[in-house]
Design a protein around this ligand. Structure first.
Ligand code: IMP
Ligand code: MG
Length: 178
C-alpha cells in the first residue's frame, strides 16, 4: 500500500518489508557472531519491538533466552520526558550478556533509562539493538551497538510502531504526511 490512514492522520510508505528484512538479517548475523559463546538474554522492549524481535530471533542460530519488559515514554506523536518503570523483568541478570531489543531510538531517553536500570542489576554486559534510529533527534551519548536503519525525524508507524495504539500491524514502515 502506498498510503494509509491511521486515526486522524495520513501516512505514506517509507521503508519496504524487503528493506526491513535486509536490516534485520544484518543485525542477526552480527549478533550470531558476537554472542556465539555467551548464551545472551534478549530483552524485548514492549510494545513497539514485538515485530522486530520476532523476525530477529528467527534468524538467531546460537543458544539464547528471550524475555520481555515494558517501558514507555510516548504520548501521541510527542516524546515525553517522563519514562515509566521497567516492568516484567523477572530474570536474574547477574553476570549475563544482555541484548536489549528496541524498535526505535529517538531522543534516546527511554533506552538511557533502561540501560541504567539494567546495569544496576549487575549484568556482565548490556548491548543495544534497535531497528530504527533518528540520529538528528538523539540527545544522549551512549553507544548503540546494532542499528538497522537510520531515519529522519518524521513520525512513523507500522512494523510494531504505533500512533496512539494504532498502526502496529503493517509489515512496512510509513511516515506521516504533514
Ligand atoms: P525516545 O525515548 O525518544 O528514544 O523514544 C523511544 C520510544 O518512543 C520508542 O520506544 C518508541 O516506542 C517511541 N517512538 C519514537 N519515535 C517514534 C515514531 O516515529 N513513531 C512511533 N513511536 C515512536
Ligand atoms: Mg518502543
Amino acid at each position: 500500500m502506498e498510503s494509509i490512514q491511521v486515526r486522524d492522520k495520513t501516512f505514506e510508505i517509507s521503508i519496504s518489508a524487503r528493506e526491513i528484512d535486509a536490516a534485520v538479517e544484518r543485525i542477526a548475523k552480527q549478533i550470531n557472531k558476537d554472542f556465539a559463546e555467551k548464551n545472551p538474554l534478549f530483552l524485548v522492549v514492549l510494545n513497539g519491538a514485538f515485530m522486530f524481535a520476532s523476525d530477529l530471533v528467527k534468524k538467531i542460530t546460537i543458544p539464547c533466552e528471550i524475555s520481555f519488559v515494558k517501558l514507555s515514554s510516548y504520548v501521541g506523536t510527542q516524546t515525553t520526558n517522563t519514562v515509566r518503570e521497567l516492568i516484567g523483568l523477572d530474570e536474574v541478570l547477574h553476570d549475563r550478556s544482555v541484548v536489549i531489543i528496541e524498535d526505535i531510538i529517538d531522543t534516546g531517553i527511554t533506552m538511557g533509562v533502561a540501560t541504567d536500570k539494567l546495569k544496576k542489576l549487575e549484568a556482565k554486559e548490556v548491548k543495544i539493538a534497535t531497528l530504527l534510529f533518528k540520529p538528528l533527534a538523539f540527545q544522549r551519548d551512549y553507544k548503540i551497538d546494532y542499528i538497522g536503519i537510520e531515519i529522519t525525524n518524521d513520525f512513523i508507524v507500522g512494523y510494531g510502531l504505533d500512533y496512539d495504539g494504532n498502526g502496529r500491524n503493517y509489515p512496512e514502515i510509513y511516515k506521516i504526511v504533514e
